[in-house]
Design a protein around this ligand. Structure first.
Ligand code: ADP
Ligand code: MG
Length: 484
């Protein structure tokens, strides 16, 4: 919570999120969208709006936008129309951006966010529309000059606009995270924020607590990390309160968040829609889709995080919090589900994936897609614990060997290293007898009902057998021998 929470002010926040759709080619041309190519090698005449060219809509862009709309329970626009938004900027050589104004592809929909204190809130989405990205101005590379890279021109974007329903940076970040999770789950976007695949514009205003009127807002553009989003919003809230409390008024303007200075500062005064002289794009027909198409997209959609988490609770009997962790990322969920399938034990799978696997991934800074242990190997390892072939303790050493590359297959490693759990009583009994003989005082106490001492004896046997004894069996054998 920030200081203003106790003040007489409340904040109002609406987000516009631009997400790059992960298509191979651009929204209206066949040029590649690959990130990181040499400047100005991937923009064709259509992206640059040369005279006489004709844009053609990339079908995949529609499929992704419709999937997103269905993911938030929105109304899908059966007839959507592209418009030209005219403005001048060096990285927009066409002089206009093709976007959707009056008839977007996605209308309405909601997002349920969960906050730190477990409370929930529903944020309404106003709309999501398709548009093309502009090029990039590069200010750092040339001293006193600006470089223009047009590779990004024509990259497909889905701009997701929320209602001004959020009232803190925490809520805004939870909403943005939800959108990020949804678009990555659906395969709509790769969501890579460091490459600009998801950028947030934060609209922020403040008003006296309890007021129903909206205050004047500012829009902080292109915030490309959740941490910066939180900071930019909190700075803006505090700045606006300061301005008003010192007798000034907030000016509607576009601002920029500077992570190096950790501040927002003015970029330009806010344009209004009339400044852009929007008009329907004459080179593209309205796009008509029907219910059958929507149904087809719906059938191809993967199970979404909330549904997955609910299923993990009902089907696998996992605690809600664990289910939420395991369903939070698409690759993690898929990994976990494979481990469950192979091990036949969802609870053990959940523990091993959350504790051991995620622990190691975090520790080594490795993404799950690069995990050195395959779901098949982990599934097998867990199956061996379940079968009583190895103990949980030995399993950890096998896990470490798999992680470091010392082992590639759990079974052959267990075999080669002689790690199989000793569970024939013939070889355990002499060990137990020796330990009983060596610890008469503890035997006495155990007989007198000091149950805690059982742990001591089991521990001794485990130590003696290098962790290979089956603890439950040791327990049983000791009880029997001492007549407990
Ligand atoms: P524009 O298209 O000019 O940026 P919109 O009216 O479409 O303006 O709103 C853009 C975003 O600003 C939306 O997310 C909306 O919820 C948010 N917004 C509008 N008014 C306010 C306000 N007074 N305070 C905070 N956010 C606002
Ligand atoms: Mg805007």
């Amino acid at each position: 919570m920030t200081d203003f929470a106790d003040s007489n002010w409340e904040a109002v926040i609406g987000l516009e999120i631009h997400t790059q759709l992960s298509t191979r080619s651009k929204i209206f041309s066949g040029a590649s969208t690959q990130f990181g190519a040499a400047p100005n090698t991937q923009a064709c005449a259509i992206d640059l709006g040369f005279p006489g060219v004709l844009p053609v809509v990339n079908q995949e862009v529609y499929r992704k936008a419709v999937a997103f709309g269905l993911g938030i329970g929105a109304t899908i626009g059966l007839t959507s129309v592209f418009d030209r938004k005219n403005y001048f900027y060096p990285d927009l050589p066409k002089g206009y951006q093709i976007t959707q104004l009056e008839a977007p592809i996605v209308m309405g929909g909601t997002v349920d966010i969960t906050l730190e204190d477990s409370s929930q809130k529903t944020i309404r989405v106003t709309r999501a529309h398709l548009e093309e990205d502009a090029g990039k101005s590069l200010h750092e590379d040339f001293h006193g000059q600006t470089g223009i890279d047009l590779n990004r021109a024509g990259t497909p974007l889905l701009e997701i606009v929320s209602e001004p329903d959020m009232s803190s940076a925490e809520e805004a970040v939870a909403y943005a995270r939800y959108i990020h999770q949804l678009v990555t789950f659906l395969g709509v976007s790769d969501g890579d924020m460091s490459q600009g695949s998801l950028r947030c514009d934060a609209n922020v205003s403040v008003r006296p607590k309890g007021s129903t009127e909206l205050g004047t807002r500012t829009e902080t553009k292109n915030v490309n990390s959740f941490r910066f989003l939180e900071r930019a919003i909190n700075h803006e809230i505090e700045r606006q309160i300061r301005v008003i409390e010192s007798g000034g008024r907030v000016i509607q303007e576009t601002r920029l968040y500077d992570p190096d200075k950790d501040e927002t500062r003015p970029m330009r005064s806010k344009e209004t829609a009339t400044d852009y002289r929007y008009f329907p794009e004459p080179d593209l027909l309205p796009v008509e889709i029907d219910e059958a198409y929507i149904q087809q997209v719906r059938e191809q959609m993967p199970e979404l995080p909330a549904a997955k988490a609910a299923r993990y609770v009902s089907e696998f009997e996992l605690p809600e919090a664990d289910a939420r962790v395991l369903s939070s990322e698409r690759q993690l969920a898929s990994y976990f589900e494979q481990v469950v399938e192979l091990s036949g034990d969802a609870k053990l799978a959940s523990n091993w994936v959350r504790v051991e696997l995620l622990g190691q991934l975090n520790k080594d800074g490795v993404e799950i897609s690069d995990a050195p242990i395959t779901p098949a190997a982990l599934g097998t390892l867990i199956a061996r614990i379940r079968e009583g072939r190895i103990s949980g303790k030995i399993a950890k050493t096998v896990f470490e060997a798999l992680w470091s590359g010392a082992a590639s297959d759990p079974d052959s490693y267990i075999e080669a290293e002689g790690l199989v759990q000793v569970s024939d009583s013939g070889s355990l009994e002499p060990v137990i007898d020796a330990i009983i003989a060596a610890n008469p005082k503890q035997v006495e106490q155990l007989r007198e009902g000091k149950g805690k001492l059982m742990g001591f004896f089991v521990g001794q046997v485990m130590k003696e057998t290098g962790g290979k004894a089956n603890p439950q069996q040791v327990n049983d054998l000791i009880s029997k021998k001492l007549g407990l």
